[in-house]
Design a protein around this ligand. Structure first.
Ligand code: ADP
Length: 163
């Protein structure tokens, strides 16, 4: 049986930090589902279609590196329901610092309530990405500052064509 994991996020936009978690996930699991979550309570800079297109661009770049088994999708419901429907029991989340860790542990407990078979696997972010967030990218865009260094080349190109 193929091993599967899911990587979820708003990915508004997807950064090199996210791409690193996906790359490392793909080394551990046969199939990695990158799922762009659409949370109606959140306001996004990029539309669901744009965020998904950026995640697809990252998957294509990884494919060019020879990394396979990545599927990109988007979803508006509960992550637990998506996981159950796709036979996935592992959720991969990146942790940059203590604040992330506390938040992710709380989220993991909630996931377990909805889906007792669920295991949350926390991957430590690489030190060089520990200060990097989608919020930083959005603020740089808004402020007219440089942002490409926080993105993979294909995502930087896509954003340039979108804004
Ligand atoms: P959410 O809105 O669910 O927090 P994000 O897109 O901000 O979605 O993040 C998705 C996941 O990626 C979270 O587990 C988050 O901790 C992780 N993450 C975000 N930025 C980084 C980074 N620079 N390095 C590693 N993991 C990260």
């Amino acid at each position: 049986m193929k091993t599967k994991a899911i990587v979820t996020g708003s990915f508004d936009p997807i950064t090199v930090g996210h791409a690193d978690i996906i790359r490392r996930g793909a080394a551990m699991f046969d199939e990695v589902y990158v799922v762009v979550l659409n949370n109606a309570d959140k306001t996004h800079m990029f539309t669901e279609a744009q965020r998904k297109a950026m995640a697809e661009a990252v998957a294509d770049e990884l494919r060019e590196e020879g990394i396979t088994g990545i599927t990109v999708d988007s979803y508006s419901g509960l992550t637990a329901d998506y996981m159950r429907a796709h036979g996935i029991t592992t959720i991969l989340r990146g942790v940059r610092n203590e604040r992330d860790r506390i938040y992710e542990m709380e989220l993991a407990a909630i996931m377990r309530e909805f889906y007792p078979d669920c295991t949350t696997l926390l991957l430590e972010s690489r030190p060089e990405y520990a200060e990097l967030s989608s919020t930083d990218v959005r603020q740089a865009i808004d402020g007219g500052r440089k942002y490409a260094h926080m993105l993979t080349p294909a995502v930087a190109r896509l954003i340039e064509s979108m804004i």
